[in-house]
Design a protein around this ligand. Structure first.
Ligand code: WQD
Length: 344
């Protein structure tokens, strides 16, 4: 089986994808600089698969060090690129750091691909490129809207860079996966989301409220034009999401693409509101969540969920896990983290 280079492979989605790639028989090399993760994740991966992935602590902004990884591992058959800063709010405060890190990293990888003859590239993109969609569910040909944050803009610009890089490099093969809202953790509770500081995202804030780290959850608005007034998203289990990456890598390596540049929406195809998430969490865990309704959060869209037909057909992949199982996995992971902290 080919060797797959996973950048950002100790991150949330990256680590779950490494597990699924290893379990599918791929050799994996991880590049990470631990800017939003830690070295223990490598042990978590190994404790699930029985195999510690090869690892290089490299910052992709360092072109020489990036090339050094390709020198060291000549058998790389494909790249899965996760490594990027991804906090929407932080990107508004530090736009240049986001443009430098997210775009320069991508450019160095593409230069290395050319230099070392690696042609298959799987890009971690985001539904944020759609903004507030005119039509629901969102299909891949929905118009890309002006990004509402520098973070979202780096995803849009990255997709444009990929398309432009393919013109002089007809041997390149690219798949962009546009994630909706990844949540949950591996059922083993050995890996999961490691939010740094106060979580921006809903589900880690819920689990931290449930375990007592946060006093209460703020529900950002209940005056949206939705059935219960709270905003709607397409929450996809992170293991389902990781499995879509394995399917996409297989498509690239087997030359099964219909065109050299493809885009797939990865969601469940179902929208759930904030209140529905809260109630589902309470039902499956038996833990009540204290919350209060506050103003809407700047930049939030009212409702967005995916049309997943293209990914279902072309990747022969479908999100399978039920929301309650997913929320329970997030809760089990939070309890694992808490137990680890208390035993030191
Ligand atoms: C979900 C819903 C909030 C927190 C973001 C990025 C996206 C991707 C996923 C990186 C919204 C509400 C949240 C809270 C709340 N990230 N909420 N109280 O904003 O849909 O997407 O994360 O790739 O690119 O934009 O996810 O989890 O922050 O919010 O009421 O404390 O929960 O208003 O309706 P979002 P989220």
């Amino acid at each position: 089986m080919a060797t797959v280079l996973v950048t950002g492979g100790t991150g949330y989605i990256g680590s779950h994808t490494v597990v699924e790639l290893q379990e599918a028989g791929f050799e994996v090399v991880i590049i990470d600089n631990f800017s939003n993760s830690n070295r223990e994740v490598l042990d978590g991966i190994a404790s699930i698969t029985g195999k510690k992935p090869m690892f290089e602590e490299v910052d992709l902004r360092d072109r020489k060090a990036t090339y050094g990884v390709f020198e060291k591992y000549p058998g790389i058959g494909a790249i899965v690129h996760f490594a990027a800063f991804k906090a929407v709010g932080e990107s508004v405060e530090k736009p240049l750091a986001y443009y430098e890190n997210n775009l320069l990293s991508l450019i160095h990888l593409l230069e290395a691909m050319k230099r070392y003859g690696v042609n298959n590239f799987l890009f971690s993109s985001s539904c944020t490129v759609y903004g507030e969609p005119e039509q629901l569910p969102v299909t891949e040909d929905a118009p890309v809207k002006k990004a509402s944050s520098p973070y979202g803009n780096t995803k849009q610009i990255s997709e444009e860079i990929l398309q432009d890089a393919m013109v002089p490099n007809p041997e390149f093969r690219v798949i962009c996966l546009r994630y909706f809202n990844p949540i949950g953790a591996h059922p083993s509770a050995k890996i999961g989301e490691l939010p740094v500081g106060i979580p921006n995202n809903l589900v880690p804030f819920i689990t931290q409220t449930a375990i007592g780290i946060r006093d209460q959850l703020n529900v950002f608005g209940d005056d949206y034009n939705t059935p219960d007034g709270s905003a709607i998203r397409d929450y996809i289990n992170v293991v389902d999401l990781a499995r879509a990456h394995v399917a996409a890598i297989g498509r690239l390596l087997d030359g099964k693409q219909r065109s050299p540049f493809e885009v797939f929406n990865l969601g469940t195809g179902k929208g759930l509101s904030v209140f529905e998430i809260i109630h589902a969490f309470e039902k499956v865990t038996g833990v009540k969540i204290r919350y209060r309704v506050t103003n809407r959060r700047e930049g939030d869209v009212e409702q967005v969920w995916a049309d997943t037909g293209l990914a279902n057909r072309e990747l022969d992949w479908k999100a399978e896990k039920h929301i309650e199982e997913t929320l329970l996995s997030a809760w089990n992971w939070e309890k694992f983290l808490h137990a680890k902290k208390s035993t030191g």
